[in-house]
Design a protein. Structure first.
Length: 263
């Protein structure tokens, strides 16, 4: 019975993720959703300062939740109080709850930072917006989409199988940049023909969080993969294709040559 419950928990968390992911596209792009990033901005009569505070706190809540729950020590603690197969699904559930809260409570902010009037320019920016989301989705499958969002772990648990660790491998977009998923988010967040003050706040704070999060993630990856990841970081740039990796990314490894590879 426990295996069935854990699997259903993982399935519901995954379906919740799908709904939040699709809503996020509409929210950022101001398309097909009842409330988007610029909903109500034109008729805004409230305090800009209050909107700035509320929106910053909502984005900060997501950043704190995501950062803490993504740390190996926190995941190890969760694995001590629940089936290890449910740990990733729990992370996914809380991440999407914080995003859903952000969408619900986001406050409109009036003002336009830039607006591209040229029809070709607008078409290009709209195209980049959808390209960014396409990169995000594609990158999840290059890693292991169902493992990333917890379904693989709960399904193997249902079958009574161990949760094996996938091998470290580099393919497709990961040969161009080390974090194509984050690159996709950055493109999607910034590619807009009309940049409102609210959209700029969202894009700016999420960009800052992505850069900070990658700092932590790179160290976790070095701890997990040892010299293999260090060699990879010497050859492939972090976010910008064809850009030579920074010297700080190519520092000598403190790990032994036979460091095991696990993910």
């Amino acid at each position: 019975m426990q295996r069935v419950i854990v699997f259903l928990y993982g399935l519901l968390s995954y379906l919740f993720f799908l709904g939040v992911f699709l809503y996020a596209i509409g929210f950022v792009g101001n398309v097909l959703v009842p409330k988007s990033i610029d909903s109500g901005a034109a008729e805004m009569t409230g305090s800009t300062g209050l909107a700035l505070l509320v929106n910053s706190l909502l984005l900060g809540l997501f950043a704190v939740q995501h950062t803490i729950m993504a740390r190996p020590s926190f995941k190890a603690w969760m694995g001590s109080i629940m089936p290890r197969a449910a740990v990733r699904s729990t992370f996914v559930l809380f991440a999407n709850l914080s995003l859903a809260l952000l969408f619900w409570l986001w406050q409109p902010m009036g003002g336009t930072v830039w607006e591209v009037q040229n029809s070709v320019g607008r078409m290009v920016l709209h195209g980049l917006f959808w390209l960014g989301w396409g990169i995000v989705l594609f990158a999840t499958f290059l890693i292991d989409h169902f493992e990333l969002f917890g379904m693989r772990q709960t399904y193997r648990f249902l079958l009574g199988k161990d949760i094996d660790s996938p091998r470290f491998q580099v393919r497709s977009l990961y040969k161009l940049v080390r974090h194509p998923l984050m690159l996709g988010f950055l493109i999607a967040f910034w590619a807009t023909p009309t940049m409102s003050v609210g959209h700029l706040l969202f894009s700016g704070l999420t960009t800052g969080y992505i850069l900070m999060g990658l700092w932590f993630e790179e160290r976790d990856l070095i701890a997990a993969h040892g010299r293999k990841y260090l060699e990879y970081s010497r050859q492939v740039p972090k976010l910008i294709p064809f850009l030579k990796p920074r010297r700080s990314d190519s520092r000598p490894s403190p790990l032994p040559e036979d460091e095991p590879v696990a993910q």
